[in-house]
Design a protein around this ligand. Sequence first.
Ligand code: CTP
Length: 460
Amino acid sequence: MKTKKTIITYGTYDMLHVGHMRLLERAKALGDYLIVGVTDENYDRSRGKLNVVESTKKRVKSIEALDFVDKVIVETHKNQKAEDMVEYDVDIFAIGDDWVGAFDYLNEYTHVEYLARTEGISSTKLRKENFDTIQLGIVGLGRDTQAFIDEAAFVSNVKINRIYSPDFLAVKKYTKKSNVIKYGHDNYDDFLDTGIVAVYIDTELEAHYNLIKKAILAGKHVLCENPLALHKNELKELLSLAKEEKVLLLSALKTAFLPAFNQLLAELEDGIIGEVKEVRATRTSLFKEQDYPDSFMEQGATNILSSYPSLLVNKILGKSKDITFFDQGSEGYDVSNLIVSKHKGGAVGVSRVATGIKSEGTAVISGTKGYIHIPAPWWLTKKFYVRFEDKHKSQTFNYEFDGDGLRYMIAEFASLIQRGKRKSKMLTPSDMVGINRVLLEYNERKINENKKQKQKEKEA
Ligand code: CTP
C-alpha cells in the first residue's frame, strides 16, 4: 500500500518571491513529497509569456534550494502535466487560485486543489519595479517598419514613439496617421540625442552600415534588418565597435527567435534524425509585382534574401567552407542564386534564393536516421514534421503563434538590454558572422569579376 502522498505543482518562478514560497509551503503541507515543475524558457515563450528575466537553469536552482521541495522537473510541452501525473503517481495537483477552473480536466488523473494566491506580489510587478521600460526609436520606413511597431505593442517592456527618416515629407505623413509614433525626425543626430536607448533599423541595405555605426557611437543598442553590412570586414568592425561601446548589436532575423525554430534546433541537438548531412532551404519573392523601386531590386537576390537560408544552414551545420554560387542575372544584378556550401563532417548546405523566379519556400534537413520537413514559409516556423523509413514513427511538432513572429525577437532584444547582456544565445555574434559570410563572399567575388571585366575592356 502507498504510504507517501505526492503533490505536484507548476510555475515559472521568475525572480522567486514570497508569493511563490508561500504557495509551495502550503502545497507541501498537503502531503509528504512535493514535486515542482519549472517551465522551460522556450515553452514559456511559445505560450506567450515573453518577458521572463531568469534562465530556466537559474529558476530551477532557486527552487531546488528550498528545503520543502523534494524534486524539481522541467515542463517543456503542453500535455506534460497529465503525463507527469501518471509517471510520478501523483495524489494532488496544487496551483494558485488565479488558475481556478483551468486545470479541472486533470481531475481525471488526480485530485486538483486551488490554493489562495498571496495578494500584492507577482513576477510581473517585480520586473516592472526592477527594470526600466526600453525607449526604442525606429530608423527608416522600410518593409517591416509597420509590422514591427504593431508587434512591439505585445511586448510590455518596450515603448516606441519616435521615428527617423531623411525623407521629411514621408516622416510627416507617417506621424500624422500613426497613433503610436508621436515624434518624427529628419536629422539623425537630433534623433539619437533624444531619450531613446535603442534603435530598430529598417532602411535600404546600403545605408545600414553608417546608421549602425553612428547609433553605436551614440551609445544606443541596435537591432537591424540583415545584412548589417555589405562588404567584407565591415560586420566584424561593427561587432567589435559594439563590444567596445558596451552596447548590443543584433540582426533582426526573426526566425532565430521563434519558439518552434528553437525547438527544432534542440531536437536536432538531441539527435532526433541522427547526424545531419544536408540542409536545404528556399526563399523566393517576386518583389517587382508589389511595386518595389528598381534600386531595391538592384541590391540583388543574394543580398536581399540569403540571410534566412544561411541562418538555417549555419545554425545546424556551422561554418560554411568552399561556397559555390550558381547565379542567374539580369541587368547586372542576380535575380536567382543557388548557393552550395560544405561543412564539418562533409555535410552540405543548399540555399536557394530568387527575386526573379518563384519557388516553394520549404526546408528539408536530412540526417542518417531520418529527415525533417518544414512546410512553407519555413522561416515563419510553426510546424515541422519528422519522418523516418518506418512511417509509424513519424512525429509532428506544432507551435502556432499570433502575428508575424516579430514579437519574440523584440522581447529577446528588450530582455537582453534589461539584463545587461550583450549577446543573444539564439543569435550570437559568431552566428551573425557565419550567416553573413555567404553574401559578403558573393559581393566580394562580384567586385573582383567587375574589376577583371573592366581591365579586359581597357586592354581590348
Ligand atoms: N503565486 C501565488 N501568489 C503570488 C504569485 C504567484 O500564490 N502572488 C503562485 C501562482 O498561483 C502559481 C505559482 O505561484 O501557482 C507560480 O506562479 P508564477 O506564474 O510563476 O508567478 P507570478 O508571480 O504569478 O508570475 P507572472 O507575474 O509572471 O505571471
